[in-house]
Design a protein around this ligand. Structure first.
Ligand SMILES: [Zn+2]
Length: 408
């Protein structure tokens, strides 16, 4: 099979213009300049598949249910909404979420799951990555035993999709549960939402704001760490090279230095941050200090496009430097499948092909990304084009169900 690309983007963000890829036995055999006679198809842009640094596939059917707002009322509504939905809902919504990521060209994800359906569905549909099982709760007495059994389950697990543990966030998880995770995790990956919103910052650094008021109203003792959440987690021993820190919107230079020293990885979710009126994290500082960074969507409750292009566009707009743009692209293209078009080693032909039959004017990396924001790719895995038509019908059925539930 021969596929012509107006622009071919390598995993390191370098562009090649007007090339033809030859795919033999599911692997890329050669990349040749120009249009070769007999090309099966011509595309405007061909890219490697992507890695979603942070997702919650189980929320996919709730897309657009909540409006853009400040963080605190949004998270309060999420908790209320979750209580009204039956277990069956979470199964179908997770199926929809995993399918959506595959459609958008993701080969892998770091998914957080409260309902626990994601690992089996990811394995069944061959979405690679890690599934972090959520543990949270503000009561050591009532919530800790439940969380301990989730941790036990993760430590005993032998699933095709590797499992991790996600103590949700400082405002939702008491210190005794956080300590259990730090003390018992062994080599298991851990994922935490950290320093996301202005409200979280108010509680963590200044012991005031809506979270502090909520604890007081409910009679819950939750002392403020009087520092950023990331420093609190570091003091508990939660930051290691196998810890994924999600957001970091309110970090200063000292916080970034703490993260850099522990070699923890950071997941940035720019569309979600904007939807919830949070700041964009200090991406330039993460880049300059060599912090390991991935880019994610977060859930459909705060991110509507799920397009990797949209996330990259928002971040590239923060800085015009070409090396910075390439770093953003590298952060969105998998740490784990690393699909550079390395014709020497003959990697599986897994790639996204955008704009069938369309000619794109030459441009730089950010200009090319900019033009693909609303495009859904043809996704090729091992040289075969994947189609997900059945799930498009599932999607419309689920959206109807969810809208009905949310109206009552
Ligand atoms: Zn999240």
């Amino acid at each position: 099979m021969l596929i012509h690309a107006g622009v071919l983007i390598d995993a390191d963000g370098k562009l090649q213009h007007d090339v033809t890829m030859s795919v033999v036995d599911g692997k890329i055999e050669d990349i040749m300049p120009g249009t070769t006679k007999g090309s099966s198809t011509s595309y405007a842009v061909v890219t490697p598949m992507f890695h979603n640094g942070h997702s919650h596939c189980e929320y996919q059917a709730l897309e657009s249910v909540l409006p853009s707002s400040a963080f605190f009322p949004w998270v309060r509504d999420v908790v209320r909404l979750k209580l009204r939905l039956p277990p069956k809902f979470w199964f179908y919504s997770t199926l929809l979420g995993v399918t959506k990521l595959l459609q958008q060209g993701y080969a892998s994800t770091g998914d957080c799951s409260d309902s626990g359906f994601a690992p089996a569905i990811m394995a069944a549909l061959e979405l690679k990555g890690v599934c972090y099982r959520e543990v949270n709760g503000l009561s050591a007495e009532y919530d800790r035993p439940r969380c301990q059994s989730v941790i036990d389950g993760v430590l005993r697990s032998d699933t095709l999709t590797p499992l991790g543990i996600a103590p949700h966030a400082i405002y939702s998880t008491c210190d005794s549960i956080l300590e259990d995770v730090a003390n018992r995790r062994q080599s298991v990956p851990v994922c935490i939402h950290v320093d996301e919103s202005p409200e979280e910052e108010q509680f963590c650094r200044f012991a005031n704001g809506p979270f502090a008021e909520m604890y007081e109203r409910r009679g819950i003792v939750r002392p403020s760490p009087q520092s950023s959440a990331v420093r609190h987690f570091d003091a508990m021993g939660l930051l290691t090279a196998n810890t994924l820190l999600v957001h970091g919107c309110t970090w200063d230079e000292d916080d970034v230095a703490v993260v850099q020293a522990t070699d923890a990885c950071v997941a940035i979710c720019p569309e979600s941050n904007r939807f919830l009126q949070c700041r964009i994290p200090p991406v330039k500082s993460l880049h300059d200090q060599g912090v390991r960074t991935v880019i994610g969507t977060d859930s459909a409750l705060s991110c509507h496009s799920m397009s990797p292009m949209h996330q990259m566009k928002l971040l590239m707009a923060t800085n015009s430097n070409v090396d910075f743009h390439r770093w953003i692209f590298q952060s969105q293209v998998t740490p784990m499948n690393g699909n550079a078009y390395d014709v020497v080693s003959g990697l599986p032909a897994d790639f996204c092909a955008f704009g069938k039959g369309v000619t794109l004017e030459r441009g730089d990396l950010s200009g090319v990304i900019d033009k693909l924001v609303d495009c859904v790719p043809d996704v090729y895995r091992s040289g075969q084009m994947m189609t997900y038509d059945v799930n498009a019908r599932l999607q419309s059925a689920l959206v109807t169900v969810v809208k009905e539930l949310s109206l009552h």
